[in-house]
Design a protein around this ligand. Structure first.
Ligand SMILES: Nc1ncnc2c1ncn2[C@@H]1O[C@H](COP(=O)(O)OP(=O)(O)OP(=O)(O)O)[C@@H](O)[C@H]1O
Ligand SMILES: [Mg+2]
Length: 444
């Protein structure tokens, strides 16, 4: 009849592992009341098995006393590594040893880990654990899970949900040109939270979790600010986590975009270091299915908390998308900073000088008044565009006239785009309002 008998069906990997445990291990230890458990993959994570602290106390006075490898043909040992060459997950057969402090009792637990199947890289792990060892075993696996995702501060930003696992931020605080009062307030808010706030929250019996939002039209330096804050926080030896874009990628191990935020908070909590989490484009996370989950995350009520303080800095250039439930409800966002376009000639000049570098000449200052009201990204673009033009003609010095031409052509592009969006009505994200909203003498 075309049905497979049990013998013809290819056994699941899980069944192969369990059969091996039963025939090679459990059959000779029937007195131990062993249970076959499906255990977290973290149990065989390289960090967990090689860095587990032998002094870490497990229930009933047990301690982890190391491991040896078992020869097991159904669980070959394969080690994964990240893009910095650190060993991460591994498959294979391990024999973990635990000793009781005073009783001199030793418990051995075989743990087998393998990839699901030919089609899947996902891993699974099983163990044979004596029933009366469960309390200590549970403590052990919980700590393995923590260790496998805990991070210690380094000179790099940890990325969650991106293509690579970390990056080095290079933006210096001084490079960000903003009204000095605003800049000082942002840095003061961030540093005061870690210096004093965490302790205050704790005394008040609140979770030390602070949430800031940087809001502003595109190109005003929000991403740059995040990068400079990351640099600053790494210099303080804090942990810095960057949650990559809200879009779910193919093969993304995270089930949803919300999971990335949740995971970032868990890494912060498990790591137990002061942690800065950068979450760009908060608005993109607030689509209908996940909104309620995100609201809970912002409340901080669901997640495990980092005793040493977690500061979430999020950005948006579309604050209209962040509705009243977030903006106006106390506690969900502690503070919103509006990041404006340039307002002062001095700031516009500083940026132009910064982006022209050695090519700056005093005569270029004549263009500065026209740059006021534009975001930093525009001013940078004017400079870069003029410099490339100059490079094409192999010029040595940048004439003011070339800089002005570059300005005019970029301004025309922007005006044409704004005009198009305005005429299209509701489609643009309220482009016409943005120059008015900050009182600048912008380009409208
Ligand atoms: N305030 C600023 N000071 C100095 N440079 C700036 C500033 N704003 C923007 N720039 C320049 O423009 C580039 C782009 O800015 P950035 O990506 O930080 O803008 P953004 O606010 O994050 O924009 P978006 O809302 O589109 O994400 C920066 O890398 C920097 O070179
Ligand atoms: Mg940005």
């Amino acid at each position: 009849m075309g049905f497979c008998t049990t013998d013809e069906r290819k056994p699941l990997k899980l069944e192969e592992l369990v059969r091996w445990l039963e025939s090679e291990w459990m059959s000779t230890r029937v007195d131990q009341n062993l249970r076959t458990l499906w255990v977290p993959n973290a149990c065989t994570h390289d960090t967990a098995v090689s860095k587990f602290d032998p002094l870490f106390p497990l229930a009933n006075d047990y301690h982890f006393a190391g491991f040896e490898l078992l020869a097991c043909p159904v669980a070959p040992r394969i080690t994964h590594y990240d893009d910095e060459g650190r060993f991460t997950d591994q498959t294979g057969a391990f024999l973990f040893r635990f000793v009781q402090k005073h009783g001199d009792k030793t418990v051995e637990v075989p743990v087998l880990s393998a990839h699901h199947s030919n089609e899947s890289w996902e891993m699974l792990a099983v163990a044979a654990v004596p029933a009366d060892f469960m309390a200590a075993w549970t403590d052990f696996t919980t700590e393995c899970v923590r260790l496998s995702s805990a991070r210690t501060p380094t000179d790099r930003v940890v990325i969650i949900g991106g293509h690579s696992s970390s990056f080095v931020p290079t933006t210096q605080w001084d490079e960000v040109v903003l009204p000095p009062k605003l800049k000082a307030e942002i840095l003061e808010d961030v540093s005061a939270f870690f210096r004093k706030g965490v302790e205050v929250y704790r005394r008040l019996n609140l979770k030390p979790f602070r949430k800031l939002l940087l809001a502003g039209v595109p190109g005003t330096g929000k991403t740059m600010l995040c990068s400079a804050l990351a640099r600053w926080a790494l210099d303080q030896n804090y942990l810095v986590i960057y949650v990559s874009s809200a879009k779910k990628r193919q093969n993304d191990p995270y089930g949803s975009t919300f999971d990335k935020i949740d995971y970032a908070l868990a890494v912060a909590a498990r790591s137990q270091y002061p942690t800065l989490i950068l979450l760009e484009e908060l608005d993109a996370y607030l689509h209908e299915e996940e909104k309620a989950l995100i609201l809970n995350v912002l409340d901080g009520s669901e997640s495990a908390m980092n005793e040493n303080g977690t500061l979430l800095v999020s950005t948006t250039n579309y604050p209209e998308a962040i509705d009243e439930r977030i903006m106006k409800r106390p506690g969900r966002l502690d503070r919103i900073f509006i990041i404006p376009e340039t307002r002062e000639r001095s700031d516009a000049e500083k940026m132009l000088r910064q982006y022209l570098g050695g090519m700056w000449r005093e005569e270029h200052a004549a263009l500065v008044p026209q740059l006021v009201g534009y975001p930093g990204a525009f001013i940078r673009e004017v400079a870069v565009c003029a410099l490339t033009q100059l490079a094409y003609v192999e010029g040595e010095q940048l004439p003011l006239e070339l800089l002005e031409r570059s300005y005019k052509s970029l301004k025309e592009q922007i005006d044409a785009r704004d005009d198009f969006l305005t005429r299209k009505g509701g489609i643009g994200f309220s482009v016409p309002e943005k120059a008015e909203s900050n009182g600048s003498n912008g380009h409208h």
